[in-house]
Design a protein around this ligand. Structure first.
Ligand SMILES: CC(=O)N[C@H]1[C@@H](OP(=O)(O)OP(=O)(O)OC[C@H]2O[C@@H](n3ccc(=O)[nH]c3=O)[C@H](O)[C@@H]2O)O[C@H](CO)[C@@H](O)[C@@H]1O[C@H](C)C(=O)N[C@@H](C)C(=O)N[C@H](CCC(=O)O)C(=O)O
Ligand SMILES: Nc1ncnc2c1ncn2[C@@H]1O[C@H](COP(=O)(O)OP(=O)(O)OP(=O)(O)O)[C@@H](O)[C@H]1O
Ligand SMILES: N[C@H](CCC[C@H](N)C(=O)O)C(=O)O
Ligand SMILES: [Mg+2]
Length: 489
């Protein structure tokens, strides 16, 4: 693709080439990382959290970059290749990546919110697939599409990886894709080139306060999905029962979206009744004068919310309500989201859950209480190099909602694990501290009596424990299974 064709795909005035620059040069690829530049690439110099890409422009040029795209104020010197100036270089990268890679699945849905994104995206893929569509999902757990399952690292991939993937999916025949829009992804413009047909919002709670300056700033990043990315008049499916729902509805309406609310207070899908059984829930949902009774084969109130958001998005995308409601009866939870791993010989269940933030922990501990006649036992920790403020809050929640609390390690990264645990324990003085996560799990399993429930929270689908720079293989699933086996021996 020629440089001129790429710049022509960007909005007028958003990028300017220097006078006399040869814009007929062919561009072989795009990147924002000088370390992977290949001859003919267009290099985007982005100001980041840790460093400034402008510092690496010369390295990119020496590796064969044909031109550099930089912010209007970025200082670059000694370059022999043209420097194009962009008003918003991250947005320019996203839009250029969309133009460079081309096709995207015809129906593109993105869901945001503090908790439930992976679950909603997974449910959407399942609903579409059940209705006979070629459907994919991409997010925290990686990519799932017909004939492919790949483990991922970021919830919302960077724009180059994202558009390469969307084009591959489209060429493989995928027509419907559900993706997660993380607040980092939205803020860093990773989705700005995606041609959205529908967007969703689950809820807002404390998270990532190391990155966003306040809850309002965090909400504003999430609302970019509606006010900047979703084309006017397209459907915005919003969960109605969250404290932040009203603000989300206002933002979407202001942006000219077609707002569809779901939940107990929902106007589009209205939840009238829920009957909680041990491993399933029976829902009565009203929609435009029709009444549906749905057997949802999942535990936990929050899964009802996620199922309704997914159902609302699927219907808004054109799948019939009958097909959607029928598909809800076959949903399986995303890996590590209140996932039953096994039970003790006395029947006490052990679950893995990905709650790694306050509201999620609160929700999952509350979700298992109705079917726990004995004690709720929980094992959890907090990640290193991430929001420190959530540590005592999660300690307090665990103390209040569980009967036995074991505080352990969860990806300490560059921090001292003992001091992370101490910050949690400051608000959970009666908790037991066991740093080694496998030992913590084994101890918790050995304590399980009849009627008890175990929640091992925080790692969900993860397959490693990040200590320093190393990722050591680790799985809550495997450790729980081993501990349950030991009980039988
Ligand atoms: C804090 C954060 O979000 N960082 C993301 C961001 O990096 P950055 O641009 O700030 O990086 P930087 O290190 O300051 O470097 C600035 C620029 O210089 C470039 N550079 C740097 C060094 C060099 O030698 N040459 C070079 O060109 C970098 O490629 C970059 O373009 O943009 C990168 C490209 O999109 C991301 O890969 C990177 O994600 C890092 C790895 C990360 O851990 N992100 C997490 C926090 C994240 O995004 N999580 C969310 C949310 C999950 C949730 O909701 O729970 C997610 O979507 O996964
Ligand atoms: N609708 C919800 N309301 C509250 N808590 C929820 C909801 N959905 C999921 N959770 C909790 O959050 C955890 C993570 O769920 P999920 O992976 O679906 O969310 P996510 O938004 O993708 O999270 P992340 O940002 O970490 O990728 C679950 O294991 C559960 O504890
Ligand atoms: N076990 C985890 C969950 C991380 C979730 C992730 N999406 C993020 O906050 O970046 C940790 O704290 O390391
Ligand atoms: Mg997720």
């Amino acid at each position: 693709m020629k440089l001129s064709a790429l710049t022509a795909a960007l909005p007028t005035g958003s990028i300017t080439a220097p006078n006399g620059a040869d814009t007929e040069l062919p561009v072989t690829g795009l990147t924002a990382d000088s370390r992977v530049v290949e001859p003919g690439n267009l290099f985007f110099a982005l100001a980041g959290v840790k460093t400034d890409g402008a510092r690496f422009a010369a390295q990119a040029a020496s590796k064969g970059a044909v031109a550099i795209v930089a912010g209007e104020g970025a200082v670059l010197s000694g370059l022999t290749v043209p420097v194009l100036r962009a008003v918003d270089p991250r947005q320019a990268l996203a839009r250029a990546a969309a133009a460079f890679y081309g096709p995207q699945p015809r129906v593109m849905a993105a869901v945001t919110g503090t908790a439930g994104k992976t679950s909603v995206a997974s449910f959407l893929r399942q609903i579409w697939a059940n209705a006979g569509e070629q459907a994919a999902m991409l997010g925290t757990t990686g990519v799932t599409a017909p004939g492919r399952t790949e483990y991922g690292t970021l919830t919302t991939p960077d724009p180059v990886a994202l558009h390469r993937l969307l084009a591959e999916l489209a060429s493989e025949g995928v027509t419907h894709a559900a993706m997660e829009a993380s607040s980092h992804g939205l803020d860093q413009r990773r989705l700005d080139g995606v041609a959205l047909s529908v967007a969703g919002f689950t809820n807002l709670g404390r998270d990532h306060m190391d990155y966003h300056t306040s809850m309002d700033d965090y909400m504003a990043a999430k609302m970019r999905l509606f006010d900047t990315l979703l084309p006017k008049g397209m459907p915005a499916v919003i969960f109605a029962d969250d404290p932040w729902s009203e603000k989300a509805v206002e933002a979407a309406e202001r942006a000219g979206a077609r707002v569809l609310t779901v939940g107990r207070k929902g106007g589009f899908l209205s939840l009238k009744r829920v009957e909680h059984l041990r491993h399933k829930q029976v829902l009565e949902v009203h929609m435009e004068g029709r009444i549906f009774e749905v057997d949802l084969p999942l535990a936990g109130d929050f899964q009802v919310s996620n199922a309704l958001v997914a159902a609302g998005i699927a219907i808004a995308s054109g799948t019939s309500a009958d097909q959607v409601m029928a598909a809800l009866e076959h949903l399986t939870g995303a890996s590590g989201r209140l996932e039953l791993i096994g039970s003790t010989p006395q029947g006490a269940p052990a679950y893995v859950d990905y709650a790694h933030k306050p509201e999620a922990l609160e929700n999952v501990l509350e979700a298992v209480r109705p079917f726990t006649t004995g004690r709720v036992i929980t094992v959890f920790g907090c990640g290193g190099d991430r929001d420190r403020g959530k540590r005592p809050i999660m300690g307090e929640i665990a103390m209040r909602l569980a009967d036995v609390v074991i505080v352990t390690d969860d990806n300490p990264r560059s921090e001292d694990p003992a001091s992370i645990r101490a910050e949690i324990m400051a608000a959970a003085p009666d908790a037991t501290e066991i740093g080694d996560r496998a030992t913590a799990i084994r101890t918790a399993v050995s304590m399980l009596g009849a009627g008890d429930t175990l929640i091992v929270a925080g790692k969900g689908h993860e397959e490693g424990q990040i200590i320093g720079e190393k990722v050591l293989p680790f799985s809550d699933h495997i450790e729980i299974r081993k501990a349950l086996e030991e009980l039988k021996a």
